[in-house]
Ligand binder design. Sequence first.
Ligand code: ADE
Ligand code: ZN
Length: 334
Amino acid sequence: MEIKNYIRQIPKAELHLHIEGTFEPELMFEIAGRNGVKLKYDSVEELKTAYKFNNLQDFLDIYYAGTSSLQKKKDFYDLTWAYLEKANEQNIVHTEIMFDPQAHTSRGISFSTIIEGIHEALEDAKEKFGVTSKLIMSFLRHLDEKSAFETLEMSKDYKQWITAVGLDSSEVGHPPSKFKNVFEKAKEEGFRVVAHAGEEGPPEYVWEAVNLLEVDRIDHGNRSLEDDKLVETLVEKKIPLTVCPLSNVKLRNVDKIENHPIKTMLNKGLFATVNSDDPAYFGGYVNENYIAVTDALNLSGNDIFTLAKNSIEASFLEEERKQEILRDLNDFRS
Ligand code: ADE
Ligand code: ZN
């Protein structure tokens, strides 16, 4: 089988996806139109020309501005549904979706509006496509710990819909240690734990995520490779990395896709996975990420199989569903 078709056909999980980062310009204009929200750009084409980033912050400024049209439960439903249709087309059979409540509550949108819209779409996708999902509530690290605690409190009535808490937004200057207390509380309440670390920030931030927050997974983690002892620890503890190749190139954390470290990570025994991060902004969903690294780094069918298997094993799924997907994947062993 041609390798691109192999990538498209195998069952995969996505573990690093910001729902706000799936907001395609066409849908953004549609929702802004029906809500009477005036966007900064006059057309889809004009908006797309703004998608050139020198670093993470350049991107985040546009990403947060892009959320302004999301006001009603139906808007969050439509946003999530559009992603789930795409996921289903790409044979993503399980997805773990991050959402940024503070990006919306700070604009006066209620927590219930956000989560009810997202949750309903997840339920419908399970029924219509059989796609399973988990929800990860991410705290914005450029805001203070108090705001994160308030967000954790707001989520109380919806705990049964949320599997994990996470940490995202501007990394440098906002180390994981800033959120040690709120993560401790979240863990006490039974949440699983992930954090972005080592995307732009130093290996020290990955150490903090592992040792202070006691994360189940690291989001990105690329800069771990600068520290041999850290790599050894991540391998030993089998801590998964949710790597996002196209994001890394668009945000200039990797200069070109040919220099992406995903193959090096696998060679070192790291528990690496391939994900899309913010596909509407970075030029591709999961399959495009697999294809980009496969073309650039000459990955084998076996590498691709390992990455897909890792994505299922590193998920927060119940054992029974994990085994079901792994059995389906095994039919594709190359
Ligand atoms: N929020 C959305 N995408 C992000 C990324 N790549 N890094 C940090 N925060 C984000
Ligand atoms: Zn991310």
